[in-house]
Design a protein around this ligand. Structure first.
Ligand SMILES: [Zn+2]
Length: 93
């Protein structure tokens, strides 16, 4: 007979750990392929959601609204991303 003390570990699903708000108010976001992010400014189609499709010297994004391609440097992306909506999940190792 095990006693249940309702011990569920709390999860912060809105902050998977790769997107943390720094002391200066900026989002410290490390992009990974497959991430769904929201930008501060909406795309020309009106959608502000983008999916990370490639990460290198530049970060390539695909607009979730129209499928248009956007290429930003990591530095620019860091200044433009507002929120990490969905990550690719926890990686092992
Ligand atoms: Zn678009």
């Amino acid at each position: 007979m095990a006693e249940t003390d309702g011990g569920e570990s709390p999860r912060e699903e809105t902050s998977p750990g790769r997107a943390e708000r720094g002391p200066d108010g900026r989002l410290r976001y490390r992009p990974e392929v497959g991430d769904l992010i929201a930008l501060r400014a909406a795309h020309v189609c009106g959608s502000e959601r983008m999916v990370v499709t490639q990460v290198g010297l530049d970060v390539r994004l695909a607009c979730a609204g129209c499928g248009g391609r956007v290429v930003l440097s990591r530095e620019r992306l860091r200044g433009r991303v507002r929120e990490l909506i969905g990550g690719v999940g926890e990686k092992e190792g």
